[in-house]
Design a protein around this ligand. Structure first.
Ligand code: ADP
Ligand code: ZN
Ligand code: ZN
Length: 732
């Protein structure tokens, strides 16, 4: 007897398979990865076959059979990967598996929500041709259809309908008479190709680029001593993308597939256009801006082997690429590689695991490596810009002495911007906060507007005339008067992108000013449009959040300015220095990519911070040496593993009780060398009180196991049913 081991797709943490089912004869084709619908108590659930066995512990009469076999799901390789993620990140098999299933696969009772799209196509038969020539009796529409088919060969029903007005009944009658043959054929929903020109021909590589490609190809060919994991450390504009493209082509030439991970925002049209131009039909793209149908079809093209290179953000690491030979992680320092929701996987760690399992080569590229990557991977260096230009000089602008009333831009920054206007060039100004002002208070009584659900200030958004919470969905109309004292003198303090846009537009008129932040790019295609408009303008300023520092290349930009560069340093996070360094260095790299050279202004209240000083000197090795030393002393990654338990509840006593209980139990289960910090309170979000517990440890597997056992016991506790408990492994 054949037994199927099935993991039900459900969001319930307590329901954990796999469960045994009998395989009926009619479902012989089922294999690991197949999707089935199974009876589960009184319910029917979608499930994934995760194993096959000869026999079951259960008596045969207690075994049910699947009620339905659906089309193929994931491959056995990907099922294994999904289950690995579930274990490694303290999640459930169901959530791990949902990462590797075809896009649109629902959980629980939900059916497949997305399917392959087909259309009816018609072709004329010899009998049809004879009928047309022999003057047989035909209706007007029937004749028109046959003529159109003689003319155009096989044609789809929608097209015939548009061309000759023939509806389906006409086609059915013709088919019944044997005059045409019809079939259902798959239709590809292809993602729109942005109208950006990109070269299809590779440039002649520079010697350093050649060396890097050679090293990767040697690893692909399995040459002795060639490292299979590499860091490609190259300043911005040093031609890293060309190295990736050449390596991908080498993998393809060896009959192997590739995955290229890019930061979410890096999917900006310029990068996609470059890959598409070079790789053509072998290329598939997977990202959240695609429609469900497009994503499904791109996934199927990879699954069927029609396409063999997948470009996409973190979730693309689960793409069904056959015979994976190469994984590229572009901009490996980017925080978007870490998933915030359960499972809290890090695509960079999943990439290393999958590459090792498949014998694939891995290359992680960036100008600003993470300390752990710097420590762990051998390096390929691209020390120069492709164009031979120097890195732009960086001016640190000390804001401590400046009167805040003189505005958010320093006089020196204004001078630099005015020079850009005079020379007819372009500038980028970054401030990592959207909206107009982050602070609204009443001048008479001091009333301060904050979110009713979260312990944070409301942000003034002037364009929409609203006050907005950036942590929850709360929105209210911007007030005219104070609700407490009725005074109409309200003070807005601080600056966000809207305010900077306005200031720059007023002062630098008539220069066009564009704004790039999540408000202006909410609509599909807006991101690409704004960048294209900035690119086409002869002279302009681009103002925005971190979005302006990523994924584009404008040679005419001669100035980049970053306001409040130390804002990220004020986060209580051990990665604050690393983030600040990367942000400043990346933005600096956007300037001076052309003949006219460039300059960078970094406004800060912390001019002496190591991250800012080293970024200003374009000195990654110097920064990393100091940062690694600091991490070693404080026992932070890469010198330990971190795990965090996050708790939240509308009821403060309950979250406190749960946090105390979990912390106490964790202490008894954790490896002896580990350190437990907390429970610590976090500010309230969405009306929920939050607490967190942090664990630092050497023994990762032991820590994850302890957390899993503890959390599972508490999740099952009915008294805690309105406390949400999540585990974040390698929190950022
Ligand atoms: P990075 O990814 O390191 O920022 P890119 O690969 O995007 O750098 O290269 C920057 C620019 O230089 C691109 O416009 C690219 O087409 C061009 N480029 C890269 N390598 C070469 C080369 N060997 N010869 C000429 N141009 C090149
Ligand atoms: Zn007031
Ligand atoms: Zn809120």
């Amino acid at each position: 007897m054949a037994i199927l081991k099935v993991e039900p797709l459900t969001t319930a943490r307590a329901l954990r398979g796999p469960f045994d089912y009998r395989r009926p004869e009619a479902m012989e084709g089922l294999e690991v990865g197949s999707l089935v619908r199974v009876p589960f108590g009184p319910r029917r659930l979608l499930g994934v076959v995760v194993g096959l066995a000869e026999s079951s512990q259960l008596a045969p009469e207690r075994l049910a059979e699947p009620v339905e076999a659906l089309e193929a799901g994931a491959s056995a390789e990907l099922v294994e990967l999904g289950l690995w993620v579930a274990r490694e990140y303290c999640s459930t098999p169901s959530r791990g598996l949902s990462l590797v299933l075809p896009p649109g696969t629902g959980t629980g009772r939900a059916a497949r929500t997305v399917r392959a799209k087909t259309e009816l196509r018609a072709e004329i038969t010899p009998a049809g041709e004879a009928a047309l020539e022999g003057g047989e009796r035909l209706g007007v529409k029937q004749r028109a259809v046959l003529e159109a088919l003689v003319e155009g060969g096989e044609t789809s029903a929608p097209r015939l309908s548009a061309a000759v007005g023939a509806a389906l009944p006409t086609l059915r009658r013709l088919a019944e008479r044997g005059l045409i043959a019809t079939r259902e054929a798959g239709v590809r929903r292809a993602p729109a190709a942005p109208g950006l020109a990109a070269a299809a021909e590779p440039p002649r590589l520079l010697p350093e680029q050649r060396d890097a490609v050679d090293a990767l190809v040697a690893a692909l060919d399995g040459e002795a001593g060639a490292p299979r994991e590499q860091l490609l450390h190259g300043v911005t504009g040093s031609g890293k993308t060309e190295v990736y493209l050449a390596a991908v082509e080498a993998a393809l030439a060896r009959g192997r597939g590739a995955i290229v991970l890019v930061p979410e925002i890096g999917l900006a049209p310029q990068a996609v256009a470059r890959f598409r131009a070079r790789l053509g039909d072998r290329f598939a793209v997977l990202h959240s801006a695609l429609s469900d149908g497009e994503r499904f079809d791109e996934w199927q093209r990879l699954r069927s082997g029609e396409a063999s290179v997948c470009v996409g953000p973190r979730s693309a690491i689960f793409a069904p690429v056959h015979d994976l030979g190469l994984v590229v992680i572009d901009e490996e320092h980017d925080p978007s590689y870490k998933q915030e929701g359960d499972p809290t996987y890090d695509a960079r760690a999943v990439a290393r695991h999958r590459a090792r399992e498949r014998g694939a080569v891995l290359v992680a590229g960036t100008a600003t490596p993470r300390p752990e990557t710097w420590l762990e991977l051998p390096r390929l260096e691209l020390p120069r810009r492709v164009d031979g230009l120097r890195m732009p000089p960086v001016n640190i602008v000390d804001m401590r002495e400046v009167d805040p009333r003189s505005g958010p831009l320093h006089a020196d920054t204004w001078t630099a911007l005015e020079e850009v206007r005079a020379a007819g060039q372009k500038a980028i100004v970054m401030i990592n906060r959207r909206g107009f002002a982050p602070w609204l208070t009443c001048r008479s009584c001091g009333h301060h507007w904050s979110c009713p659900n979260c312990d944070v200030s409301l942000i003034v958004h002037r364009e929409s005339g609203r006050l907005v919470c950036h942590h929850c969905a709360h929105v209210e109309r911007a007030p005219r008067a104070c609700p407490v004292c009725s005074s109409t003198t309200l003070a807005r303090a601080g600056a966000g992108t809207e305010r900077i846009e306005e200031l720059v537009r007023e002062r630098l008129a008539p220069m066009p000013v564009f704004r790039l932040d999540s408000d202006t790019t909410a609509q599909r295609g807006a991101h690409a449009r704004i960048l294209a408009e900035f690119g086409e303008a002869p002279s302009a300023v681009l103002v925005g959040t971190q979005m302006v520092a990523k994924g584009h290349d404008f040679p005419e930009v001669t100035l980049s300015a970053i306001l409040d560069a130390d804002a990220t340093l004020r986060f209580p996070d051990f990665r604050a220095e690393e983030r600040t360094f990367a942000m400043v260095a990346q933005l600096a790299g956007r300037s001076g990519r052309g003949e006219a050279g460039g300059e960078v202004m970094v406004q800060t209240l912390a001019p002496g911070a190591a991250s800012i000083e080293h970024a200003a000197a374009h000195d990654s090795p110097g920064f990393l040496a100091g940062e690694l030393e600091r991490r070693r002393m404080l026992r932070y990654p890469p010198y330990s593993h971190l795990l965090r338990v996050n708790l939240a509840s509308p009821a403060e006593e309950k979250v406190d009780a749960a946090a105390a209980g979990i912390a106490a139990e964790l202490r008894t289960r954790l490896p002896a060398e580990s350190e437990l910090l907390g429970p610590a309170p976090m500010f309230r979000v969405r009306g929920r009180h939050r607490r967190r517990i942090l664990v630092k440890a050497q023994d990762r597997a032991g820590t994850v196991a302890a957390a899993r056992a503890t959390v599972e016991r508490h999740v099952a506790d009915r008294a805690l049913k309105d406390v949400s408990i999540g585990v974040d492994v390698d929190p950022q």
